[in-house]
Design a protein around this ligand. Structure first.
Ligand code: SF4
Length: 332
């Protein structure tokens, strides 16, 4: 492991000053970053520990939404009464991720920055990984790619984003609040994560030194009818092969509006507005769900070992919508 310096700033301003130094990385729960440092995948010169900053509050917003401070743990976010009551989709997604111990340590700010679980990325024994070493190639394209992307990939990287929380945030149209030395900026979740293109080493739109301070959830009409469905190899502890965040605003059996996001299929949570429009104004049925699934997966391109994800995602969308339509409130 490379040597690095460690600092624990006492304020956001001090964190920003330290975090803007070359080679600095913010660390909070450390549940992903420290594994990467130990493996030699990440080699920071300075770890800026932001875990003690006063960013661990859940507060009501004037518009009726909710703000999650970036240092709120995944456990506290999932179990917060207002999250469970008003955003059960988010609570379900958080509780489906990792283990209890990891959820206690992990923060919602750090969850946004989880790196892919591609095996070739984590193992320095594989020389080809454009995300770890730009220009080295992609070991997964012609390797074992069962867990990899079927949508939005590029010839340079076919990795998927691993977070469950972010899939729910995409469906809920959350906004990421970021501080820089120049002030604050707000990034819609749909613009926060990137597709790999020819720069797969960049997972998000964050600039060096920028610090996530909060996640804002807008008021939601989807509390009564929402379901997060995660399909994985083992139920105890595994990343999603495919996941679906489904949220419905119903008028009887007729869908007034819908939100759908897929996880486990792309380098970012995958939303297709046309799929949501295909559900609106119609009774929810097997037919309308199949239409939505088809639009969500339009253009899917499987690799040697992951063609199963297309049919799996279609079936998961149909089931998630069916379960969401039956929900009547907080289910987490
Ligand atoms: Fe690296 Fe991406 Fe290829 Fe995995 S899929 S080996 S992360 S470039």
């Amino acid at each position: 492991m490379n040597p690095f310096a460690y600092a624990r700033p006492g304020s956001v301003d001090e964190a920003l000053r330290l975090g803007s130094q070359p080679g600095a990385r913010y660390v909070a729960g450390g549940t992903n970053l420290l594994d990467l440092v130990k493996a030699g995948v990440e080699t920071p010169r300075l770890l800026v520990d932001v875990s003690r900053l006063p960013l661990a509050e859940v507060t009501a917003l004037p518009d009726g939404g909710l703000r999650l401070g970036a240092m709120v743990s995944n456990t506290d976010a999932a179990n917060h009464a207002r999250v469970r009551e008003r955003y059960p989709l988010l609570a379900q997604a958080l509780l489906s991720g990792a283990s209890g111990q990891l959820r206690n340590m992990a923060t919602v700010g750090g969850n946004l920055l989880q790196r892919t679980r591609c095996h070739y990325f984590y193992d320095l024994g594989f020389p080809a990984c454009n995300k770890r070493k730009p220009g080295s190639g992609c070991g997964a394209r012609d390797g074992i790619n069962r867990i990899h992307a079927i949508l939005g990939a590029s010839e340079h990287c076919i990795a998927v984003h691993p977070s469950d929380m972010c899939v729910a945030l995409a469906a809920l149209e959350a906004v990421i609040v970021v501080r820089t030395t120049a002030g604050e900026r707000r990034i819609p979740i749909g613009d926060f994560h990137r597709l790999p293109g020819d720069t797969p080493q960049c997972d998000t739109m964050l600039a060096p030194g920028e610090l996530i301070v909060a996640i804002d959830l807008p008021p939601s009409p989807y509390a009564a009818h929402a379901h997060y469905l995660k399909v994985r190899d083992r139920s105890s502890f595994a990343f999603a092969l495919v996941s679906v965040a489904a949220a419905l605003e119903l008028d009887g059996n007729r869908v007034r509006s819908a939100r759908l996001a897929l996880g486990g299929v792309a380098h970012k949570p995958w939303r297709v507005p046309a799929a949501e429009r295909a559900l609106a104004g119609r009774p929810l049925s097997a037919h309308s769900a199949a239409d939505a699934a088809r639009l969500l997966l339009d253009g899917a391109q499987p690799y040697a070992h992951n063609a199963f994800k297309i049919g799996l995602a279609q079936r998961a969308v149909a089931l998630a919508l069916q379960v969401a339509s039956r929900q009547t409130g907080a289910q987490a």
